[in-house]
Design a protein around this ligand. Structure first.
Ligand SMILES: [Zn+2]
Length: 625
């Protein structure tokens, strides 16, 4: 499955040179970056500029980029920007805000150069999501999210951008871009405008790649995993099912000819505060903590599914705010329920629909979203208002787009299936919307709901009014019941417990006990505040293995089995003393909240919707398992 590294023919090289010449005549941006000269996590960027017709011009790096819903301020990472005329004479440059520079005598402008620092290691006070940021590790790896490296001139974002990289020996460019030319030391890429440029991340490193062919689409999987804990081959094997499923889910064909999953696994940088991924039209870039692939593949597949489905929303169906994206002002659409919410819903629903996960696992993932959105988020905030202000006053509610946003989509899907007798759901609606708008046409934010009602059912109006524009919490019991699924807000059950302890990691990697909410079993055991766990029934306990140990402990436990917990307890004189606490196990009453469960005796109507919703009779599901 590895891509053989081919020597490019002379003819192709020549074509590359010819293209250079042609591009110059076309008045494009011509960027060159020498990756072999990176030092201190910085790169020098050279630009031969297109001809400027104004005497004064602004040069920008983006303040915000599509799909991020926060201000990144990439201009803050640029240092010592200089402008020159053809004779090499310096032109006056003045900083204009965080992300811009004003260049005077600009009609004479011929080239710019600047130094750019990577966002992952920079010490300046600013926050860029790692999956949208940059990392320049000389000789190892370069994460080039292009908005963090390249800029554009005001009013000139429609010109061609040509990028020439000089690369270290053996390095490979993982990207959705198709190189204009490539040889052992240099790659040249061309982007048709600034939107295309910023939609195209590139990662350079020694290659670990695989290709999956899905119908007519070639999908590249490229991996950088410094400790070799993750491999392109293994991820490709696991993404294959997902991509075949996605093809069926989207009606039998993937909407792109080429796609690249670019995975960076962090095993050598300080731990990144956030891990995640950023979607693009022909690729997605992942910044994840390095971990054993067999343990983490489920999570990686889910996040890959989410990013992949972004090719539908917002990359095909979106409003003016997205399609005519303003890189230098924060103007957001109010339909994050569609861009992020329905994408997240697709990523989970599609896995159930094709049999990659079980229907129960799917319900559990939806229930978790209800729980999170009701316990940690404001469930009464208008969702359209949250979207508009997700980079501003509602930034702390942004996480809800993956929770309630997905649930809004689930409810619309179920309601449509009800109204259409199982004939028309969210998949059909999004298909119709993408035909109606397509990649090059946007909708006005205010017209989306009426367009949906026109394409599908006007009966959706109250749902949009009350639960998407309005702040009324969604009555989940009503919507999930359509498919014979009960929503249970809270229920009690009997189960074993360690004692109702608060378990906190301590600096030595052990676990400290808190007894504020200790239950009857905990009282029997006789824990004291500050006890440090040593072992459960002679199996040593650390913070790292705690969850596993608890699972093992209760897996086969019976009433009356004796639980022995060894703890270290601080004595009045400060010494630590080992103590064994023990008691026969008994079950205690516990509470669980926000559950979704299949009704054991659904009506024929409910069963019919459930079967369509979960594709219960699909031959695909059997083939995929
Ligand atoms: Zn997303």
């Amino acid at each position: 499955m590895n891509i053989p590294r081919k020597r490019k023919s002379l003819a192709l090289l020549f074509f590359g040179l010819a293209l250079n010449f042609f591009a110059a005549a076309q008045n494009s941006y011509q960027y060159t970056v020498d990756l072999t000269k990176a030092a201190d996590d910085k790169l020098t960027v050279n630009l031969v500029t297109p001809a400027i017709e104004k005497n004064e011009i602004k040069f920008y790096l983006p303040k915000i980029v599509p799909g991020t819903y926060m201000n990144s301020n990439f201009g803050k990472y640029v240092q010592s920007l200089e402008a020159f005329d053809k004779a090499g004479k310096k032109l006056p440059v003045q900083k204009a805000g965080d992300n811009g520079w004003t260049i005077r005598n600009a009609t004479r402008l011929n080239r710019l150069n600047y130094v750019v620092e990577d966002t992952w290691d920079a010490t300046i006070k600013n926050m860029v999501y790692p999956m949208c940021g940059t990392s320049f590790e000389a000789g190892k790896n370069f994460v080039l999210n292009t908005p963090g490296v390249f800029g554009y001139f005001e009013g000139m974002r429609e010109k061609t951008f040509q990028l020439t990289f000089t690369k270290p020996a053996g390095f490979f460019a993982a990207t959705g871009l198709i190189p204009a030319s490539s040889n052992a030391t240099q790659d040249v890429f061309s982007c048709s405008n600034a939107d295309h440029l910023y939609d195209s991340p590139i990662m350079y490193s020694l290659p670990d790649t695989a290709i999956v062919r899905v119908g007519k689409t070639d999908v590249l999987i490229a991996v950088y995993s410094p400790k070799k804990m993750a491999t392109a081959h293994f991820i490709a094997q696991n993404l294959q099912n997902l991509l075949l499923g996605a093809k069926d889910y989207l009606g039998g064909k993937l909407p792109v000819d080429k796609y690249a999953f670019i995975f960076y696994f962090n095993g050598e940088q300080p731990k990144l505060e956030v891990s995640g991924a950023w979607e693009h039209s022909y690729s997605s870039f992942y910044s994840l903590q390095e971990a054993p692939e067999k343990e983490s593949i489920g999570y990686w597949v889910s996040i890959a599914a989410h990013e992949f489905f972004h090719i539908v929303t917002p990359l095909t169906i979106s409003s003016k705010e997205v399609k005519q994206f303003n890189f230098n002002e924060t103007v957001l659409s109010k339909h994050l329920w569609l861009y992020e919410g329905s994408t997240e819903y697709y990523s989970q629903h599609m896995q159930a629909w094709t049999g990659i996960i079980t229907p129960e696992e799917f319900l559990a993932s939806m229930a978790q979203k209800i729980s999170y959105s009701r316990s940690a988020m404001n469930d009464s905030l208008s969702f359209t208002e949250l979207s508009k202000e997700s980079a501003g006053k509602h930034a702390e509610q942004y996480g809800n787009v993956y929770m309630k946003g997905a649930l809004i989509s689930a409810c619309i899907d179920l309601r449509l299936l009800e109204l259409s007798n199982g004939q028309y759901g969210l998949r059909q609606l999004k298909h119709d919307l993408s035909i109606n708008y397509g990649k090059d046409k946007y909708f006005e934010d205010d017209s989306l709901f009426s367009m949906i009602e026109k394409l599908s059912y006007p009966e959706l109006t109250p749902f949009f009014k009350d639960h998407v524009e309005g702040g009324q919490p969604i009555p989940y019991e009503k919507y999930f019941a359509l498919a014979g699924v009960s929503y249970i807000a809270s229920e009690t059950y009997q189960d074993f417990s360690l004692g109702g302890l608060k378990l906190n990691p301590n600096p030595e990697g052990k676990v400290t006990v808190g007894i504020a909410d200790v239950n009857d079993f905990g009282k029997k055991m006789g824990y004291e505040e500050g006890d440090i766990l040593v072992s459960f029934n002679d199996s040593l306990v650390t913070n790292a293995n705690l969850d596993n140990r608890i699972d093992q402990l209760f897996d086969k436990a019976k009433e009356g089995d004796v639980l022995a917990v060894k703890v270290n307890r601080k004595q009045p004189d400060g010494r630590m003393l080992e103590k064994v606490l023990q008691a026969p196990l008994f079950k205690i009453e516990r509470v669980r909240k926000h559950l979704l469960r299949f009704m054991p005796n659904p009506t024929a109507e409910q069963l019919r919707i459930r079967n369509v919703w979960l594709n219960n009779h699909a031959p695909v599901a059997a083939a995929m398992k």
